[in-house]
Design a protein around this ligand. Structure first.
Ligand SMILES: Nc1ncnc2c1ncn2[C@@H]1O[C@H](COP(=O)(O)OP(=O)(O)O)[C@@H](O)[C@H]1O
Ligand SMILES: [Mg+2]
Length: 321
């Protein structure tokens, strides 16, 4: 069995607006190994969520997957009939979203939706399914009887646990978690992150953790992908990214992260704004904000360069000429 679970190559996902084309994911390639947590980081608008939705083929219109391949256990998801894709969603690959309230149906008991999933995918009867739901709830620190509550009876943290229960009950091989803690307070955030750590360690599930807070990445992720304006600009192990960041953008992101540097440090912020993806700058998309910008950067897009094994960067500073 190959060690690589998910392999994305040259993926392009665009939103077709009347004003023009938003290249939200532009030639993205990455690999995710079994049992790894891969963090996808970058400012808002860099294409992280679009990338996550693409894997499940749930990009909302006017978005379209234009090109590329998404190999999951060697099978290109982009070539599967919709019916086969439906069997993969939830069962093999599941997704946890930022805001649990959007996902939970307000008029259903929180366990009920999961019971329905178990009946559909696993052919369980009602009683068996409720028992399993309560077991999963308990393993995530939700009291068993809460399965019969309605969403409004639960706190934000409990709701997010329910969403995680939904995402893991069928034992998927891959969980895509899109900013799963952003809507929660700091203490609840830590508890939810512990759950992800535990899932990885106990079941060797792979996790794509989409997140903008790099301090969380440091003690949870194995590998990190940094996205800027629809592109992967750097990729490496957590140690490579934190101890030897190469891209000026990655360095800027690290300097912006409060919990990584001393508490009283003056927080840095990267000058300027992320580009409008309808009209991205030519050359390197980061060049207008880059303190190390050279002439070439304004004209030509940099190639992806492997600087050390497993550590790649898209930046002219590292090109040998
Ligand atoms: N439904 C949509 N319609 C049009 N443009 C969109 C839509 N969703 C996202 N975009 C655009 O795609 C780009 C990437 O967005 P997104 O994937 O949400 O980034 P992130 O998750 O990193 O914040 C942004 O420029 C955003 O404006
Ligand atoms: Mg997002």
């Amino acid at each position: 069995m190959s060690d690589v679970l998910l392999s994305i190559r040259d993926l392009c996902v665009y939103y077709f607006l009347t004003e023009g084309i938003v290249r939200a994911v532009d030639n993205v390639s990455l690999d995710l190994r079994r049992g790894d947590v891969l963090a996808v980081v970058g400012e808002s608008g860099s294409g992280k969520s679009t990338l996550g939705y693409s894997i499940l083929r749930l990009v909302p219109p006017p978005g379209k997957i234009v090109r590329g391949s998404i190999l999951f256990e060697g099978i290109d998801l982009l070539k599967l009939p919709e019916e086969a894709m439906r069997r993969i969603r939830g069962a093999e690959i599941s997704m946890v979203f930022q805001d649990p309230s959007v996902v939970l149906n307000p008029v259903m008991r929180v366990g009920e939706h999961i019971v329905e999933m178990l009946k559909y995918h696993r052919g369980m009867d009602e009683e068996e399914a409720w028992k399993l739901v309560e077991d999963v709830f308990e393993s995530l620190g939700i009291p068993r009887d809460r399965a019969r509550d309605y969403p409004h009876q639960l706190s934000g943290g409990m709701k997010q646990r329910v969403v995680i229960a939904t995402a893991i009950v069928l034992r998927p091989k891959l969980i895509i978690a899109d900013e799963p803690t952003t809507a929660l307070d700091v203490i609840t955030q830590d508890q939810i992150l512990d759950i992800f750590r535990d899932l990885r360690d106990r079941y060797r599930v792979s996790i794509m953790l989409i997140i903008h807070d790099l301090s969380i990445v440091a003690d949870l992720a194995d590998r990190v992908v940094v996205m800027y304006a629809g592109k992967v600009v750097e990729e490496g192990s957590v140690e490579q990214i934190f101890y030897n960041p190469l891209h000026p953008y990655t360095r800027g992101l690290l300097m912006c992260t409060p919990r990584l540097i001393s508490n009283d440090a003056n927080l840095y912020s990267i000058p300027g704004e992320p580009p409008d993806l309808l009209n991205p700058p030519p050359g390197c998309r980061f060049h207008p904000r880059c303190g190390l910008c050279m002439d070439t950067c304004k004209k030509e897009e940099p190639p992806m360069i492997e600087v050390e094994p497993g550590h790649r960067v898209m930046c002219w500073l590292y090109a040998k000429r």
